[in-house]
Design a protein around this ligand. Structure first.
Ligand code: MD3
Ligand code: FE
Length: 213
């Protein structure tokens, strides 16, 4: 496990192409299925309008990121089942320890499921975490996507690159608040997931680590 990092042209945005090999990708996928990710993924809705997203979502770990008509927030329980989120997979914990350079564990593993071939994610910022000094770590599985990174205002110029199965993207430092999104998924570009589609797992530190020793 582990490939050399590649600069992306954005300070604080580092790509590790093929960081997980095929066997590790398959193991992780099986673990996600075991945890109920595919069976229990739900379709979030937009704050205020209640418009459904084109992706579905699920969470693993102590906190889950939730979007519905009343807003975006982190929750310790799945609002659809009223039960705690399943445990964070060991492989994701290991990735965070190897790559984040952050002194406290990740608290949320958000799983985005791009199952519909038209699924996408509009440009947005990740700013619901109190610990904005912590990086976000993203792992892609399945079909390749065209990922877009912009500036710090919605209209700033942006550029796109591809994220393939097994790629890890680390977003931190000066780039933590850049706008970003997923333009589209390239159908048929991977055989990992039966029936096709893409999964993205993002690891986040949500709360500020306790400063007392
Ligand atoms: C660049 N997910 O869940 S993660 C998200 O592929 C999200 O599903 C995308 O954006 C996906 O919020 C991409 C990669 C990511 C995360 C945070 C960033 C890229 C970022 C913060 C700054 C710049
Ligand atoms: Fe994001």
């Amino acid at each position: 496990m582990g490939t050399a990092p590649l600069a992306t042209g954005f300070e604080g945005v580092t790509l590790y192409p093929g960081y997980l090999d095929g066997a590790a990708q398959a193991d992780l996928l099986a673990e996600l299925a075991q945890a109920g990710v595919f069976a229990q993924a739900y379709r979030p809705t937009m704050p205020r309008t209640g418009k459904p997203w084109s992706i579905t979502q699920f969470n693993l770990g102590p906190l889950g990121w939730v979007s519905d008509i009343s807003g975006y927030r982190y929750e310790a329980q799945n609002p659809h089942s009223g039960t705690p989120w399943p445990a964070m997979p060991d492989m994701m914990r290991r990735l965070w320890d190897e790559l984040s350079d952050f002194p406290a564990p990740a608290e949320c593993c958000l799983v985005n499921l791009y199952t519909d071939p038209k699924a996408r994610m509009g440009l947005h910022q990740d700013r619901d975490e109190a610990a904005l000094e912590a990086p976000v770590l993203s792992l892609s599985l399945g079909d390749t996507c065209v990922f877009r990174v912009g500036g710090f205002a919605r209209g700033d110029k942006s550029s796109s690159f591809r994220l393939a199965s097994g790629d890890v993207l680390l977003l931190g430092g000066a780039s933590r608040l850049r706008f970003h999104g997923v333009d589209r998924v390239i159908a048929g570009s991977s055989q990992l997931i039966r029936g096709g589609g893409r999964l993205n797992l993002t690891l986040r530190r949500v709360t500020k680590p306790d400063a007392t020793p």
